[in-house]
Design a protein around this ligand. Structure first.
Ligand SMILES: [Zn+2]
Length: 203
């Protein structure tokens, strides 16, 4: 496939413009900007469920979009976009309960289709790209939010090598239970007769 050379138009990065981008006309677009977390209530809601830290007012995400047209060998054209998202957000580590700044880096590619039928028939197992319905008033802001929401970690934690918690991390084990097991095992190993002594005094 070869890429068609046509002029690229710079996208207006204001919130209202991002709510209606023309992907129908075939105009090539490039855009880049910063979105404050305060302007992304759906993401703030989800982060709050995962204990969003304080002082997030100056945090947010950097987005970049570019589009291109692939010319097919047998004629015809395919319009594609690539979205790069970098989100920084303060959270409370669910293992050591200390605040930390987590980051999410995403690169997603989409092909624009002209009918809903074409979007629905697009193979789900395509790992390289997803299909979207081309529209003259495409909700780019919503797509950006969706991509972030789909990729937020369920339980935010420091990477094991950075976390200050001394607990051994076993996936799937609730941290509190894990700590109790750990402490009991430690007590037993310190004094193997501890439980025996207790029996004696009880008698
Ligand atoms: Zn931690």
């Amino acid at each position: 496939m070869t890429r068609k050379h046509t002029p690229v138009k710079e996208l207006n990065a204001s919130l209202s413009s991002l709510a209606q981008v023309d992907f129908k006309s075939g105009q090539l677009l490039h855009g880049k900007g910063f979105l404050n977390l305060m302007d992304l209530p759906r993401i703030v809601d989800e982060l709050n469920k995962r204990s969003l830290g304080d002082n997030f007012s100056d945090q947010g995400l950097v987005w970049e979009l570019h589009s291109w047209i692939d010319e097919l060998p047998g004629g015809g054209e395919e319009y594609r976009i690539q979205l790069t998202l970098d989100l920084l957000y303060p959270l409370e580590c669910q293992r050591c309960l200390k605040p930390f700044l987590d980051e999410l880096h995403l690169v997603s590619q989409f092909i624009m289709k002209d009918s809903l039928e074409d979007v629905e028939n697009f193979p789900l197992d395509n790992d390289d790209e997803d299909a979207l319905l081309a529209s003259p008033q495409f909700q780019l802001l919503e797509l950006i939010e969706d991509e972030i929401l789909l990729n937020l970690p369920l339980i935010p934690k420091h990477p094991p090598e950075v976390c200050e918690s001394k607990m051994i991390y076993v996936p799937g084990v609730v941290d509190g239970i894990e700590e109790n097991i750990h402490n009991e095992a430690e007590n037993l190993s310190k004094n193997p007769f501890a439980s025996l002594k207790k029996l004696k005094f009880d008698a």
